[in-house]
Design a protein around this ligand. Structure first.
Ligand code: F6P
Length: 747
């Protein structure tokens, strides 16, 4: 026997009983009060009829009968009485003398009736009494002649017909009430069923986080609205409080993240998808070496993955990648001490050209960054983008051990992926994080495939951006180009039967940094670096670390350095700005041209101010970069537009001496958090130059105060909190969905 079915039948039985039982009780009460009342009334009506009838017969018989009695005409009296009783209702007649003797009577005159009226009969002339033969109506009238009363006439009417009629009436009343009851019950149960379904729908919608919004064609059940509204606000309050509490009380570190996974997600499998892989195997003259890419995404997601284990699916782009995987294209990483699996996806040159260089980096990248570079959209790139997204979706399905894994989709390379995964794994929890800004609707509108991209992203359970502003831009874009239902209060989008929560999760870095505890003191590092560069011990240093990308404001930064030296000639020869610029996307014309411009500007400035710019346009590993952070007086982050910018946070994390100044572009997500940095508009050359100078000359106590505050923030809002908040939200959505599914089965 199917337990679900049994449960369903029990529930409908219970539902029906809840309405039928009270109705049955009401019916019984009606039967016990109404039926006797009807009986009583009919009897009363018939008795009154009999009274009138008796009076009529009496007055008709009065005169002839009185005369015959006086004349003692026995036979005639008998005949007269006999004739009168031919009326079927008149059962018997009797004539009494004044001495209460029964003088004449018809044959059926009941023995129990005597001429002497009982005390009760004396009060009223007409009576209803029950005899052995049944109920009768008894009427006594005086027989009068001119001289006075000579006796009385007793009329006995058969009243058994009243009982018969009463029984009939009772039967019809009961039938009427039963029919009415059944009809009312059916209507009530039907209405109750509809209400129950409506209520369940409402609760399910709430569980899905849809609030109480219904499709426009389906108005909400008015009488349930207050209840559902209250429940909704209660759930929201609880959720906000719980979320706040989670955020504030938990110290976020790898252990906390692991505990969250085990407790809230009951150890569900975590799959990460990104284009860039965290470890690249490269062939060199010294054999195969492992590189870590210059990628904010990798910096953030790698520590999370180490905490969660699971599988990271990414493009295998290294020259020795194929040689280092197993037959399932997997390799355990980190290579020295594997903690999770890296599953590599292979792309042909043509595919990489269309999907990565073309659509993602010539189209999407400039589309999302306000850096005044025009996006290029080609149909051939779009086709590759679709094809490669599908390939990654297939890999996710293949790697999934269950039908409901937690999939973390990273960045603009995979806008179509969430929907593709959702189609194959409907129960998966898909968290998409967008590492770059989201433009306003007008800017996004120039993309020829805007609807498809938005629909693809809305396959996500949770869609994360760095800032509330990017979330707002996204909601407005969806509102502009898709038919959806957006609930701004809860920042959710309902589209094609799928609910997506759009939330801001400011990304961060690992805390403490990997090298913590193994680093020489800042002073020592500074001396070493200056020595390596052949610079004097009191030389001032600035540092910039970026990929060679036109969005990073490297040219603006150099111009500010030049301007600062123009304004403060005393610093010429006493200050150098080190720019680490990791080669990036150099196969693209725009990037290639940018690199040439960066080199040319550095060269031109250096011709004016010797060693003002030290350009290191090559890959540096995290350890090397950390040394530069620690050795520098000022770090400059002057992006023209940036999702978050983790360099700003890395610099802060590196300065355990609580010294050093951060100059930070107002167009980065980091500027929302690191308020103690010197915030600048990188397009404003003088302002940026002033900030650089202010940083180089800032008193130590002020440096310390600012740095201490920023370090506290980065420590607290580290990458584990970033991932933890998303996973917590995912866990809540999963619980809600499971609950909604259970309620769905019940309804
Ligand atoms: O900023 C977006 C982003 O994906 C970053 O996460 C990362 O730092 C960078 O781009 C890497 O770019 P690519 O993978 O193209 O080298």
């Amino acid at each position: 026997m199917n337990p679900n079915k049994t449960f369903k039948s029990l529930r409908s039985l219970h539902l029906s009983l809840r309405f039928v039982v009270p109705l049955a009780v009401a019916l019984a009460l009606l039967a016990y009060t109404v039926v006797p009342l009807v009986d009583k009334l009919t009897l009363k009506w018939f008795a009154r009829d009999m009274d009138i009838r008796s009076q009529l017969i009496s007055s008709t018989l009065q005169e002839p009968l009185a005369t015959l009695v006086v004349d003692k005409e026995r036979i005639k009296i008998s005949k007269l009485l006999q004739k009168a009783t031919q009326d079927e209702r008149l059962l018997a007649l009797g004539v009494c003398g004044n001495d209460h003797a029964l003088l004449y009577k018809t044959a059926a005159f009941p023995k129990e009736i005597s001429c002497k009226p009982t005390a009760e009969e004396q009060k009223e002339k007409n009576h209803l009494i029950r005899l052995s033969q049944g109920p009768v109506h008894l009427s006594r009238t005086s027989l009068q002649v001119e001289d006075g009363v000579i006796g009385s006439l007793i009329l006995v009417h058969d009243m058994s017909f009243v009982e018969r009629r009463s029984a009939d009436t009772r039967k019809y009343v009961i039938i009427l009430f039963v029919v009415l009851g059944v009809v009312i019950s059916l209507i009530t149960v039907f209405v109750a069923h509809l209400s129950w379904r409506g209520w369940m729908e409402g609760v399910r919608a709430m569980m899905r986080g849809e609030g109480i919004l219904r499709p426009f064609s389906q108005p909400a059940n008015a009488e349930l609205q207050p209840l559902v509204g209250e429940m909704r606000s209660l759930l929201r309050n609880l959720e906000t409080e719980r979320r706040h509490a989670d955020d504030m009380t938990t110290t976020w570190n790898p252990a906390a993240l692991r505990a969250l996974l085990n407790k809230q997600l009951t150890g569900d499998q975590v799959l990460v998808v990104s284009n860039r892989e965290p470890y690249i195997h490269v062939k060199t003259d010294q054999g195969i070496v492992v590189h870590r890419p210059a990628s904010g995404l990798v910096t953030a997601v790698e520590p999370v993955m180490r905490a969660c284990s699971g599988t990271w699916i990414a493009h295998g782009s290294g020259s020795a990648d194929q040689e280092t995987v197993d037959r399932h294209d997997r390799v355990g990483v980190p290579p020295q001490k594997p903690e999770y699996n890296l599953r590599r996806i292979w792309l042909t040159e043509e595919e990489e050209q269309g999907y990565y260089y073309g659509f993602a980096n010539e189209g999407f990248w400039p589309l999302c960054h306000n850096a005044h570079v025009r996006p290029i959209f080609r149909s051939s790139d779009w086709q590759q983008y679709q094809k490669i997204n599908q390939r990654f979706a297939d890999a996710v399905v293949k790697e999934a051990r269950t039908d409901d894994p937690v999939v973390l989709v990273q960045d603009y390379h995979f806008a179509l992926l969430p929907k593709m995964i959702r189609e194959r794994l409907p129960k998966a929890t898909i968290i998409t994080f967008w590492h770059i800004p989201w433009p306003n609707p007008e800017s996004f509108g120039i993309c020829p495939w805007r609807e498809e991209l938005l629909q693809g992203m809305l396959g996500s359970t949770i869609l994360g951006f760095h800032t509330p502003f990017h979330c707002k831009n996204f909601l407005e874009t969806v509102d502009r180009y898709l038919e959806t239902r957006i609930e701004h209060e809860s920042s959710t989008i309902f589209h094609g039967g799928q609910l997506t929560m759009v939330e801001n999760y400011p990304i961060s870095i690992q805390w403490p940094i990997e090298q913590q505890g193994t680093l020489p003191p800042v002073k020592q590092t500074r001396t070493e670096i200056l020595t390596e560069m052949g610079l004097p011990a009191d030389h001032l240093l600035g540092i910039g670390v970026d990929r060679m990308d036109y969005t990073k404001g490297i040219l603006e930064r150099f111009t500010a350095v030049e301007r600062m030296l123009e304004q403060h000639p005393e610093l010429v020869g006493r200050f150098s700005f080190i720019q680490i610029a990791a080669p990036s996307r150099s196969a693209l014309e725009e990037y290639h041209a940018f690199e040439i411009r960066v080199h040319a500007l550095a060269q031109r400035i250096n011709q004016r101010f010797e060693q003002a710019i030290i350009l290191k346009a090559e890959h540096h590993d995290a350890e090397q970069i950390n040394r530069y952070y620690r050795a520098s007086n000022v770090c400059m982050v002057t992006s023209l537009h940036d999702g978050m910018n983790l360099v700003a946070k890395e610099f802060v994390a590196a300065r355990d001496d609580e010294r050093g100044v951060l100059v930070l572009s107002q167009f980065t997500g980091a500027a929302n958090e690191l308020h103690e940095a010197l915030i600048v508009n990188p397009y404003h050359v003088e302002q940026t130059a002033d900030a650089l100078y202010q940083g180089l000359t800032m008193p130590e106590y002020e440096q310390q105060e600012r740095m201490r505050s920023m370090r506290a923030l980065v420590q607290d809002f580290n990458v584990y909190r970033w991932a933890g908040r998303m996973l917590l939200d995912a866990a809540r959505v999963r619980q809600r969905e499971k609950l909604a599914a259970r309620i769905g089965k019940m309804a």
